[in-house]
Write a protein that binds this ligand. Structure first.
Ligand SMILES: Nc1ncnc2c1ncn2[C@@H]1O[C@H](COP(=O)(O)OP(=O)(O)OP(=O)(O)O)[C@@H](O)[C@H]1O
Length: 294
């Protein structure tokens, strides 16, 4: 085992997972290094969120192993899993704040739920966390009074409330204006380094991810198609990586969700008026053709 692997907080080996009959992972290996920011990228539907759920123990692998801080997640008892989850902060795209609670109470929530700290201590901790995200003075506001960017920063303060060892971000930049985006990017990096966290980010935002990350994994078709530092990824010759990084609509990752033949589908659509001739089929294909299909 190399020295590099020894510093992994999350170690995934030979991971297989399917949603029903759809194979999502076909044997992937991933190492998330302690203290680093690692971004998981890849086309939509490739399984990035599923991967976070496998790391968090909300899903179990069909094959292979997911280890977090030396524990094989699928072998943990429910009590042990609960304890592990308390050490993992999660930040979702929506922020997912509790709408009936103020900013202060949202951040206080995990402290009240999971600790026996006094209210005076919770007060100080909440102010520290809110100060870290620049929103100490917004503590009395309700979620409905926050901008999208502020809501995400409150969610971030809540995610670090219990001093987690790791934070998993699912599409943290989506829908942000450039200023909020820049603030979030800086905050994620700053908090990671200042608090000695390990961060896993799932993102489509190539520029931000490249800027913020120490390491990047690109998933596609159930496999890791590339991994390395941002500069290595940038230089990658892989067609799938180039397609993703440059945002090309078609390439090794097909534009169309896999399924049966287009002509067969049209024949089904037109069941009420069956296609009787090749001419009619050609006509239908032209009529239904999308602009992306030549
Ligand atoms: N609970 C579920 N049951 C069945 N299929 C699911 C379930 N959750 C996700 N899927 C399917 O698994 C695949 C991977 O989903 P996932 O959300 O992990 O992808 P993703 O890479 O995060 O996508 P996006 O970038 O669009 O958020 C998708 O095809 C999705 O339709």
């Amino acid at each position: 085992m190399s020295a590099e692997l020894d510093t992994s907080l999350v170690k995934i080996r030979g991971l297989h997972f399917s949603h029903g009959s759809r194979a999502i992972f076909k044997g992937i290996d991933i190492d998330i290094q302690r203290g680093k920011v690692t971004t998981i990228m890849g086309p939509s539907g490739t399984g990035k969120t599923t991967l976070l759920r496998l790391i968090g123990g909300q899903l179990y692998p069909d094959g292979g192993t997911v280890e977090v801080d030396g524990h094989q997640v699928s072998a943990l008892s429910s009590g042990e899993l609960y304890a592990l989850r308390q050490r993992i902060g999660m930040l979702f795209q929506t922020g997912a704040l509790l709408t009936g609670l103020s900013v202060f109470d949202n951040v206080a929530f995990p402290l009240r739920e999971h600790t026996h700290l006094s209210e005076a201590m919770i007060h100080d901790l909440v102010l520290i966390k809110l100060h870290a995200v620049g929103l100490r003075c917004a503590r009395q506001l309700m979620p409905s009074e926050l901008s999208g960017g502020m809501a995400r920063r409150v969610a971030l303060a809540r995610a670090i409330a219990l001093d987690p060892m790791m934070i998993m971000y699912d599409e943290p930049f989506t829908g942000q204006d450039p200023i909020s985006m820049g603030t979030l990017v800086q905050l994620i990096r700053l908090l990671n380094d200042a608090l000695g966290l390990t961060s896993i980010i799932v993102s489509h935002d190539v520029q931000e991810a490249t800027f913020i990350s120490d390491y990047i994994y690109i998933l596609s078709g159930g496999r890791v198609v590339e991994h390395g530092t941002p500069s290595k990824i940038d230089r990658s010759c892989s067609a799938a990586v180039k397609q993703f990084m440059r945002g090309l609509p078609d390439g090794p990752v097909p534009f169309h969700y896999p399924g049966r033949d287009y002509a067969e589908d049209l024949l089904d659509v037109e069941k009420s008026a069956p296609v009787r001739s090749l001419g009619r089929l050609k006509y239908l294909l032209r009529r239904h053709a999308s602009p992306e299909v030549s």
